[in-house]
Design a protein around this ligand. Structure first.
Ligand code: HEC
Ligand code: HEC
Ligand code: HEC
Ligand code: HEC
Length: 454
């Protein structure tokens, strides 16, 4: 056969196979098969789910995620009284067919009928986008993506999902009932959540993308928090509405999305927050409030100012060039950092600065073991090629080597700092889970990868 004819043949065979799969899927979803109940009874004919029940919406979920969910019900990795028996009765072909069928629909999410408390929505939104430092809740958005649209096949979409379902799953992850595919990432994320936080999150997630009517605003009494550290930065929402406050907000935007808001000075894909966790607020993850109090200080026999330190960060950590001292980028970043450190003692070495130093283990770091650990614990987010994951052009998980990562002469390029950083922060959402030797093996592996020379 000529190649073109063969291609047409193969293509039409594929189309026919897909059509057969769709019609099998339709039959199972609408009418069931053998002992298997019709999926539509609980998930709806178009995967829209059932309001008020913990029957999840399937419509927006990534097909590979759906397939792996069905497989994990069947093999017992995810046990559920309803779904496990159903999935065990489905052949692999039938599983593929229902997934193909549901992939055809995108029914719109119905708005909530009742009006919703504005303060609960706001709390849910803040937790989702930024987490909560004091309660050790990590930002859900880092794994589930902006607007909860999901990231790739592993991090599921959540926007508009049934509230009852979200609550049930979060409680189950928290209690250790649902393990989650892979590496316990979601269990670690759910562990610190309180019941109130869970219901605020479920409410917020349910309303994304719908027009929700809010109840009139009733301010909460301010909560005074004492942290275990000597110092905690002001709440995110406490930025004043003034000229200074606007600079603070611009500075924060630059800190979080450096390439987007300071493109002239950035040569790689990293933002300041990728290494200064929690938007520069988290203690023991190089918080910027601890830096402000310490500069100017002597570095390499010269007096270095905070602005000079920021310039160095742009050159080495961002593989770019230094913003001039009088530039708006510099002024905005300084405003953000200064705002965060209000009330911190000047000139003091505040507890929580930098990353906790990590004692070197007796063995020399081992690159081969580092590579194996990377495949096991890091690849899911940073990719097998180290280039991270992007959705809609936005970096979700940053690259850890190559042209778009940090330079050899950056602070993180220094092996003991890199090991300390990894032990304190990675895998994201599971800090303090690497042993010292493992962190050094990983650091050695990352050092051995190509990256910018500067
Ligand atoms: C009697 C009601 C019922 C029927 C019928 C049913 N499901 Fe489910 N399904 C559930 C419930 C409840 C859950 C949540 C399970 C949990 O909490 O782990 C679920 C979860 C799922 C999930 C995981 C969704 C996620 O977001 O992780 C998939 C996929 C799924 N069902 C597919 C199907 C398919 C395909 C069928 C038909 C073959 C089907 N279900 C039939 C009630 C049902
Ligand atoms: C470190 C990454 C990470 C973080 C942070 C994270 N999640 Fe998840 N989440 C996951 C993964 C991975 C899964 C899929 C688990 C599985 O495969 O069974 C998941 C699953 C879920 C599910 C079940 C969805 C479904 O369709 O069954 C819910 C609900 C959820 N996450 C909510 C949250 C909320 C709320 C937060 C913030 C408090 C959060 N997640 C933070 C990684 C994360
Ligand atoms: C690739 C990771 C990375 C990126 C990206 C990064 N930094 Fe850093 N930064 C570090 C490390 C590591 C240190 C050293 C922390 C220590 O001393 O333990 C540091 C230190 C600093 C310090 C001094 C802190 C102190 O306590 O002395 C400042 C200020 C700073 N960075 C600002 C920035 C700014 C502003 C950006 C964005 C333009 C940025 N950094 C981007 C990794 C990074
Ligand atoms: C659940 C996803 C996830 C996993 C798993 C994970 N990371 Fe990360 N990593 C992130 C995120 C998100 C950031 C940026 C943090 C931020 O912006 O708050 C990051 C930042 C980094 C950085 C600094 C920025 C850069 O790109 O160079 C390094 C280095 C890094 N991770 C290495 C690792 C290593 C090594 C592992 C395995 C032990 C690992 N990560 C596991 C999500 C993950």
């Amino acid at each position: 056969m000529r190649p073109v004819v063969a291609l047409v043949f193969a293509a039409s065979a594929l189309v026919a196979a897909h059509a057969a799969s769709l019609s099998l899927g339709k039959r199972i979803v609408l009418y069931g098969q053998g002992h298997v109940e019709a999926c539509a009874d609980c998930h709806g004919p178009q995967g829209q789910g059932r309001r008020h029940f913990a029957y999840p919406r399937l419509a927006e979920l990534n097909p590979s995620y759906l397939l792996s969910a069905l497989r994990s019900f069947a093999d017992g990795a995810r046990l559920n009284g309803i779904m496990t028996p159903i999935a065990r009765d489905l052949s692999p072909q039938a599983m593929g067919a229902v997934v193909d069928y549901y992939a055809e629909f995108r029914p719109s999410v119905r708005p909530l009928t009742q009006r919703v408390s504005r303060s609960r929505m706001t709390r849910g939104y803040r937790l989702y986008e930024h987490g909560d430092l004091q309660d050790k809740v990590v930002a859900c958005a880092r794994c589930h993506g902006p607007q909860a649209q999901g990231v790739g096949a592993r991090f599921p979409w959540l926007a508009g999902q049934s509230q009852a379902y979200i609550k049930e799953e979060l409680r189950s992850f928290r209690a250790g009932g649902r393990r989650g595919l892979g590496l316990g990432l979601m269990r670690a994320a759910a562990r610190p959540l309180s019941n109130r936080q869970i219901s605020d999150l479920a409410l917020y997630l349910r309303t994304i993308g719908t027009k929700t009517r809010l109840l009139p605003f009733r301010p909460n009494p301010p909560i005074m928090r004492l942290s275990d550290q000597n110092f905690s930065p002001p709440r995110r929402s406490a930025v004043p509405i003034t000229v200074f406050g606007k600079a603070v907000l611009r500075g924060r935007a630059i800190f979080d999305h450096t390439r987007r808001y300071a493109p002239r000075y950035v040569g790689n894909a990293l933002s300041c927050r990728d290494c200064h966790m929690g938007e520069g607020r988290e203690s023991n993850a190089a918080p910027l409030w601890a830096a402000d109090a310490l500069y100017p200080r002597v570095h390499d026999g010269r007096v270095m100012t905070l602005a000079g330190r920021i310039q160095a960060a742009f050159v080495h950590s961002e593989s770019g060039m230094a913003p001039p001292l009088g530039s708006r980028v510099m002024a905005d970043l300084l405003a953000y950092i200064h705002w965060m450190s209000r009330g911190a003692p000047i000139g003091a070495h505040i507890a929580g600065r930098g990353y906790p130093a990590l004692p070197r283990s007796a063995q020399a770091p081992n690159v081969v073991q580092g590579a194996a650990l990377y495949a096991h614990r890091c690849e899911v987010c940073h990719g097998g090629n180290g280039q991270g994951i992007r959705t809609q052009g936005d970096v979700v998980f940053p690259p850890v080597w190559g042209r778009l990562s940090f330079g050899r002469r950056s602070s993180l390029g220094h092996m003991p700092t890199l090991a300390a950083f990894l032990a304190a922060t990675m895998p994201y959402g599971q800090p303090d889970s690497l042993r010292s030797g493992q962190a050094y093996d990983l650091a050695a592996f990352l050092e051995a990868r190509p990256r910018p020379q500067r």
